[in-house]
Write a protein that binds this ligand. Structure first.
Ligand code: SF4
Ligand code: SF4
Length: 475
């Protein structure tokens, strides 16, 4: 059956349309050296309102050195204009690696009999959260395999409640994002009521044929149910959704067009695109050899993808995890990344009790194994402000309210002071002496970059309050 491309449709095959993607790839191949067209696209992109998937792929494919320099420079400018030098920090928290699916690239697949299966009890979660709070984290991404018996929605909801309830010393988890399998309207409503931040679901691949091969068994095999999940989540009232593909599974050009189409679909149907886009690459893990997947991308291509996504969807946050090495993360930070994880453990229960190698329960090998304190200091040495801000979600600035503020350029007035105040909390409560020294200097310097006098004064006042022991100020 053939489907017609329609960004407003509710049918996956229509809003992620294979024919349209292939036509775009062909168009782009023909035009990748078309200087006039590339200049027109860059001209439009400079206005900062984004690009269509068809325009963005031409930039991604462009192989004229001089134009590529312009593309990278523009990505850096947009990053700077919209996100400044702030990088928001988070950590993943793995609840359970029981899973009934058969995803070929993930060690949690049901047929892997030698991986250690672990599911955290509520007491285990308490220990994990205390360990995360003691590191300084305020924002988590919950991860769990799909297993209706071991990880039913009730378990996820109870876990979220537990996480929000723990206040250890000055610590608190203020935003819980959730990355669980595609589910029903009813379950999305329950997640919304539990107070989640972003609902994250990676598409893995937008190519339906490959998708079905890579997911041979389990409920995740159903491409349409998976691809239409964000629609159900948003219909159920979840304002912020996070998309992503796993680069390396399929041809990156196909995925690139697919993810932008998905963003356009959400914008067309709900008036608001994805809150974030993640750009993971396949990594080595128990039972998984990334070399088996022959679509791996080089660091250069990875950087170009990040730059072109930044240009195409300026208002969408972009996330890079510890799957990437320090070097690779450093390269993409100024091209468009707005959030990174730090001090991550990808094993179940790994924060409270790091596991021995032979007990491996992790989803992938972490490339960047530094502690959160090391990552925070590294960011500051590079000129970034590590931010533990969670203000928008807690002030109800989600979905279209968030985007409206964003598009009006107003969000900048909150982000910068919030970054400084949450960094100050981190320095007071968790940082090593050297990190604290570097951070205090940075805060003094960055106070001058708050344009509004009144906001600057208020921020100074709040910073003094934090030093005196008060917590949780926000704009
Ligand atoms: S990717 Fe997710 S659904 Fe697939 S096996 Fe891993 S945990 Fe299960
Ligand atoms: S103010 Fe909002 S957009 Fe800015 S860093 Fe905080 S949560 Fe993010």
């Amino acid at each position: 059956m053939s489907y017609k491309y329609d960004p407003k449709s509710s049918i996956a095959d229509e809003f992620i349309n294979d024919e349209e993607i292939k036509a775009c790839l062909e168009y782009s191949e023909k035009n990748k050296n078309n200087v006039e067209l590339i200049d027109q696209i860059l001209e439009k992109a400079r206005k900062g309102k984004g690009l269509t998937h068809k325009e963005a792929i031409v930039l991604l494919d462009c192989d004229i050195e001089e134009k590529n320099q312009e593309i990278f420079a523009l990505a850096k400018k947009i990053k700077q204009d919209y996100y400044g030098n702030r990088i928001v920090m988070f950590a993943p928290l793995y609840l359970s690696n029981y899973c009934v699916n058969g995803c070929l690239y993930c060690p949690y697949h049901a047929k892997n009999k030698h991986i250690r299966r672990v599911k955290l009890s509520q007491d285990d979660i308490r220990r994990e959260v205390i360990a995360l709070q003691d590191m300084g984290h305020k924002r988590l991404a919950l991860e769990a395999g799909e297993d209706p018996v071991n990880n039913p929605i009730e378990y996820i909801l109870e876990s979220i409640k537990t996480i929000y309830s723990i206040k250890h010393k000055n610590g608190a988890i203020r935003r819980v994002n959730v990355n669980i399998a595609a589910t029903t309207h009813e379950n999305y409503r329950k997640l919304k009521d539990a107070g989640i931040g972003t609902y994250i679901l990676f598409q893995e691949t937008y190519n339906k044929e490959s998708y079905e091969k890579l997911h041979p068994t389990g409920p995740k095999h159903n491409y349409n149910y998976h691809t239409e999940a964000m629609d159900r989540a948003m219909e159920a009232g979840i304002d912020d959704v996070g998309c992503g593909v796993l680069f390396g599974l399929e041809l990156y050009r196909y995925e690139f067009v697919g993810i932008l189409m998905h963003a356009e679909h959400l914008e067309a149907k709900f008036g608001v695109g994805p809150h974030t886009i993640s750009v993971p690459r396949v990594r080595r893990a128990d039972d998984i050899d990334p070399d088996v997947f022959d679509n791996g991308i080089s660091d250069d291509t990875f950087a170009k993808i990040v730059a072109c996504i930044r240009i195409a969807v300026p208002y969408t946050g972009m996330i890079v995890s510890t799957r990437e090495s320090q070097k690779s993360r450093e390269r993409v930070l100024d091209l468009g990344i707005s959030q990174i994880s730090g001090g991550s453990k990808t094993s179940v229960g790994g924060y409270a009790e790091p596991e021995a190698e032979e007990e491996d329960s992790s989803q992938f090998d972490v490339s960047d194994t530094r502690t959160l304190d090391e990552v925070v200091k590294w960011l500051m040495d590079l000129g970034y402000i590590p931010s533990f801000c969670t203000a928008c979600y807690r002030a109800g600035r989600t979905g279209d309210r968030f985007m409206a503020l964003c598009k009006a350029g107003q969000i900048q007035n909150c982000c910068h002071p919030n970054a400084l105040m949450t960094l100050k909390e981190y320095l007071e409560d968790y940082a090593s002496p050297e990190t604290r020294r570097v951070g205090e200097e940075l805060i003094i310097k960055e106070l001058d970059n708050i344009p509004k006098e009144a906001v600057r004064r208020k921020t100074e006042e709040y910073l003094t309050g934090i030093h005196a022991g008060e917590r949780d100020f926000r704009f």
